[in-house]
Design a protein around this ligand. Structure first.
Ligand code: ZN
Length: 428
């Protein structure tokens, strides 16, 4: 039986988590301050430590240092924090903690990490983790080749059909393509939680800039579009695939008519496919492959839109985002012509765009269009979208999330494009 130390100042928190861990068949010990945390660790040598950041009488940094001194730094530690302070989290991870989770924590996520940390990392494991259990309790299986006990099941929503990638930041989900129903599962790449530092570029496209802790770096922008190797249906929306292990109601289902029509037009895709390399379906996708994957995804969205304009109206916003993403990938890879062409495409798409998702989507669109207008020095549109941004900031926000987003966009517009926060400027 595995022993877990819960070190947390809050008695109720310890009580609740203690109960849940016992239900998951862990043996639980507790500490309510930093000194006790260290003494108990030394005497009882637990298999895992779950520790609140900022325990009294001993800081997390000192605790990690002292564990090294007594040769106990191999015990995996999950640190719980109440502040999402990225530099501090990185420091803690660099000092040896295995994971930093933001409170309030989700128990399933915590259990997932306990199971994950219980598994020695292996480079050659292509084994499908099929130990699943629908009620979420731990299923155990013995991997006979190595005689290592693994307890790798995920909670229901994450599904159980993951394959380990050789990059430690990635998980591979297996899926069936809804369009061709090919028997061989296709691979969808996902990032493990909290393995990557991201930064938004000038056009509000997420860029992967660094890995966290011991994880390997991965430019997830290159991998996030899943492509069926059989019929070349492609999307970054995994709900449009039949992901193994997900409940069927979580899948966006298409009608038989759509499948048949898509198949008939698959000849159109041949010129696109001829451009992609052998790395397309692996975790080492090249920027060229990623751009083809995006073209395929845009083709699929345009196909759906032309098939039923009313039902698939929202696809136009996704196509706009794909164009910006492609431009960002091309920019990073120094494909200058492709980058310029994709930004031009995005600008034209954005100007025509009618369908937008919610209020947050409108703000993002205003910001992105302001950025594009500046890029192309289009005075009328700089004015139009710049004012939209100003109005969004001046307008009382219905949620804190919207207020933070508006602020973020305004600051970014100032930093990159000389946008001004001045009523006179926008009212004249
Ligand atoms: Zn397919």
């Amino acid at each position: 039986m595995q022993k877990v130390l819960i070190a947390h100042p809050d008695k109720n928190f310890r009580y609740e988590l203690h109960k849940s861990l016992v239900a998951q068949k862990y043996l639980v010990i507790e500490a309510d301050n930093g000194g006790a945390m260290f003494t108990i660790t030394k005497l009882q040598q637990p298999n895992f430590i779950i520790a609140a950041d900022g325990m009294s009488s001993l800081s997390t940094e000192d605790f990690l240092r002292k564990l090294k001194d007594v040769n106990l730094s191999h015990i995996p530690i999950i640190v719980l924090t109440t502040r999402n302070n990225v530099p501090r989290n990185l420091l803690i991870l660099e000092m040896g903690a295995k994971e930093v989770l933001l409170e309030p924590i989700h128990e399933n996520e915590l259990f997932f990490h306990l199971r994950r940390l219980n598994q020695p990392f292996s480079l050659n494991s292509e084994k499908v983790d099929n130990a699943s259990n629908s009620n979420g309790s731990i299923a155990r299986e013995v991997e006979s080749r190595k005689s290592v006990m693994t307890t790798d099941t995920e909670n229901k929503s994450a599904g159980s059909s993951t394959v380990r990638a050789s990059n430690s930041s990635l998980l591979i989900r297996q899926a069936k393509c809804q369009f061709c129903k090919n028997e061989t599962p296709l691979k969808l790449f996902t990032l493990r939680t909290r393995t990557m530092v991201t930064e938004a570029d000038r056009f509000d496209i997420e860029c992967y800039v660094n890995s966290i802790g011991q994880n390997e770096f991965c430019d997830y922008n290159l991998l996030e579009v899943g492509v069926c190797p059989n019929c070349y249906y492609a999307s970054n929306d995994f709900k449009t695939f039949e992901v193994l292990g997900l409940r069927s109601e979580e899948t966006t289902a298409f009608s038989e008519f759509v499948f048949t029509a898509f198949k008939k037009r698959s000849d159109d895709l041949k010129p696109l496919i001829s451009k992609c390399g052998k790395t397309m379906f692996t975790e080492n996708r090249s920027p060229e492959d990623a751009l083809v994957a995006i073209d395929l995804a845009v083709y699929a969205l345009n196909f759906l839109f032309n098939y039923d304009r009313l039902k698939y109206g929202l696809t136009q916003n996704e196509i706009f985002q794909y164009a910006l993403k492609a431009a960002s990938i091309a920019d990073k890879a120094n494909f200058v012509d492709i980058r310029n062409q994709k930004y031009q495409e995005a600008f034209q798409l954005g100007l025509m765009q009618m369908a937008l998702k919610g209020e947050l989507g409108v703000r993002r669109h205003s910001y992105q269009m302001y950025a594009l207008s500046c890029l192309f020095r289009n005075k009328d549109n700089i004015r139009k979208y710049g004012k939209e941004l100003f109005d969004a900031l001046a307008k009382p926000s219905s949620t804190p999330q919207l207020r933070i987003k508006s602020r973020e966009y305004a600051d970014r517009a100032k930093k990159y494009f000389g946008w001004v926060e001045d009523e006179k400027h926008w009212s004249s």
